[in-house]
Design a binder for this molecule. Structure first.
Ligand SMILES: *Cc1c(COP(=O)(O)O)cnc(C)c1O
Length: 398
C-alpha cells in the first residue's frame, strides 16, 4: 500500500482509452464510447477478485458505506454498531442516512470485540459494521453468529484490507455487504472511488439505482428511465474507473510485494520479547498492508515513536494521539459540530459517545504501533528499516 507507488504504463493506457473518445460518464452515450465501459469492466474484475456475484462501483469508500447501508434499508433512528478504532468515514456514512453510530470497544484484533458488540445491541440495532483495520480482520465467525441470532446485518468495511482472506474467502465478501475504498492511499487506487459488494440481488439492485439518482437503468435512453425510489449521486467516472481497472489486475503482484516486506520486518521484531503482534483470527490471512504490534505500555509506545522519528523510520503511527482514526480525539463528533441541525436521535447518540469511556480500546490502541508497508522500498531498504526499528525499540525499552 499504496497503489500509486507503482503507477505506470498500464494505468496510462486505460486512461487514454477513455480520453480517446471523451465519454467520461459511466452510463449512456453508447454510440460515442467505442466499446469502452471502464466502470462495468472494473465491476466484472472485482466480482472475480472477491468471488462475489455483484459489485457496484461508487465515488468513494465513504459513499460505499452509505450506499451499502441504504441498500439494506438502514436509515433514520436505526443504530449501527461500529468500532472505536476506524476512519472518521464510518460515522459520517452512518449519520448521512440519519442512522445512529454506536461505538464499542475493540480487542487485540484491533477491531470489534464480539462481547462488546453483544452488550451494545438494543431493539433499535440494525447492523454491525466490522472495520477490517490495517490489513487484518475481526473475529468474523463470532460476529456472524451474533448477527444471525439477533437478525442483524453484518457489514464489512474492508477499505484497508483488500487482498486479505478469512477461511479462504476474500475480506469484504463474508458479511451481507462489503465496502471498499480506492482513494489515493489505498492498496489499489482509482484516485477517488469505492465499491459495494454483495451476493444479495436485491441489495445490489438497490445500490445500482440509489447511487445514480434512483435511475432504473432499463433500456438505453437515460432520459426515459423511471425512478422506482429516491436516490442520490455517488457515481464513479470512467476516468477513475480506468485507473482502477489497471490497478486491480496488479493486485496479486501488490500483495506479494507487501507480504515480502512485511515478513522481513516481522521476523526482525519477533526476537524482541516485549513486542507482541496483533491477533489475526484463526483461518485469517492479512493483506500485509500494515505491520501492527503492541508494546508493554503507552509510555514505551510513545518512546518508540520518538525513537523511530529520530532514526528516520517513517510511516509508523501510534493512533492514541491521532485525530483521524481513534475516538479519543474525535471532538467534532462528541461536540456535535454540525453545519446543519442534527436529529434529536443522533444528538442523543453523540451525547452517549461523549459520556462513555473506552478503557479496553485505550488499552490496545495506546500500546499499538501500526507501520505502513510500502511497495516501492527495495529489499535493502526494508532490511535497513528492520534493523533501525529493532535498535529504536531496544533503546526505548532501556
Ligand atoms: C479510506 C477509508 C474509508 C473511506 O474511503 P474514502 O474513499 O476515502 O472515502 C473508509 N473506511 C476505512 C477503514 C478507510 O480506511
Amino acid at each position: 500500500m499504496p497503489g500509486f507507488e507503482l503507477f505506470g504504463d498500464l494505468e496510462r493506457k486505460e486512461v487514454n482509452d477513455v480520453l480517446d473518445n471523451g465519454v467520461l460518464m459511466r452510463y449512456g452515450f453508447d454510440g460515442m464510447r467505442n466499446g469502452h465501459w471502464k466502470a462495468k469492466e472494473l465491476e466484472g474484475e472485482l466480482s472475480k477478485t472477491f468471488n462475489t456475484n455483484h459489485v457496484q462501483l461508487v465515488s468513494s469508500g465513504t459513499a460505499a458505506v452509505s450506499v451499502a447501508l441504504a441498500s439494506a434499508g438502514v436509515g433514520a433512528g436505526d443504530e449501527v454498531i461500529m468500532p472505536t478504532f476506524t476512519f472518521v468515514a464510518s460515522f459520517e456514512a452512518i449519520m448521512m442516512l440519519g442512522a445512529i453510530p454506536v461505538l464499542v470497544d475493540i480487542d487485540d484484533t484491533l477491531t470489534l470485540n464480539p462481547k462488546a458488540v453483544e452488550a451494545a445491541i438494543t431493539p433499535k440495532t440494525k447492523a454491525v459494521m466490522v472495520v477490517q483495520m490495517c490489513g487484518s480482520m475481526g473475529d468474523l465467525d463470532a460476529l456472524q453468529t451474533i448477527c444471525n441470532s439477533n437478525n442483524l446485518l453484518l457489514v464489512e468495511d474492508a477499505c484497508q484490507a483488500i487482498g486479505g482472506t478469512y477461511n479462504g474467502k476474500p475480506l469484504g465478501s463474508i458479511g451481507d455487504l462489503g465496502c471498499f475504498s480506492f482513494d489515493f492511499v489505498k492498496t489499489i487506487t482509482c484516485g477517488e472511488g469505492g465499491a459495494v459488494i454483495t451476493n444479495n440481488n436485491d441489495y445490489y439492485v438497490n445500490a445500482d439505482h440509489y447511487s445514480d439518482h434512483g435511475h432504473d437503468h432499463i433500456g438505453n435512453d437515460r432520459g426515459a428511465e423511471t425512478h422506482p425510489f429516491l436516490g442520490y449521486n455517488f457515481r464513479i467516472s470512467e476516468l477513475h474507473a480506468a485507473v482502477g481497472l489497471a490497478q486491480v489486475k496488479r493486485l496479486p503482484e501488490f500483495i506479494a510485494i507487501q507480504k515480502k516486506h512485511y515478513l522481513i520486518l516481522r521476523e526482525a521484531l519477533e526476537v524482541i520479547p516485549e513486542v507482541t503482534f496483533r491477533r489475526v483470527p484463526k483461518g485469517g490471512e492479512e493483506s500485509y498492508a500494515f505491520l501492527n504490534f503492541f508494546l508493554p505500555n503507552i509510555e514505551i509506545a510513545r518512546k518508540v515513536i520518538e525513537a523511530f522519528k529520530a532514526n528516520g523510520v517513517d510511516v509508523c503511527w501510534n493512533y492514541f494521539d491521532n485525530n483521524w482514526h481513534y475516538v479519543r480525539k474525535w471532538n467534532h463528533l462528541k461536540d456535535k459540530k454540525s453545519l446543519f441541525p442534527l436529529s434529536a436521535e443522533i444528538e442523543q447518540g453523540l451525547e452517549n459517545i461523549k459520556n462513555t469511556t473506552y478503557d479496553q480500546s485505550d488499552h490496545f490502541i495506546g500500546r499499538n504501533i501500526s507501520c505502513l508497508i510500502k511497495m516501492s522500498w527495495t529489499e535493502d531498504e526494508v532490511k535497513t528499516r528492520a534493523s533501525k526499528m529493532v535498535s529504536s525499540i531496544n533503546s526505548a525499552l532501556l
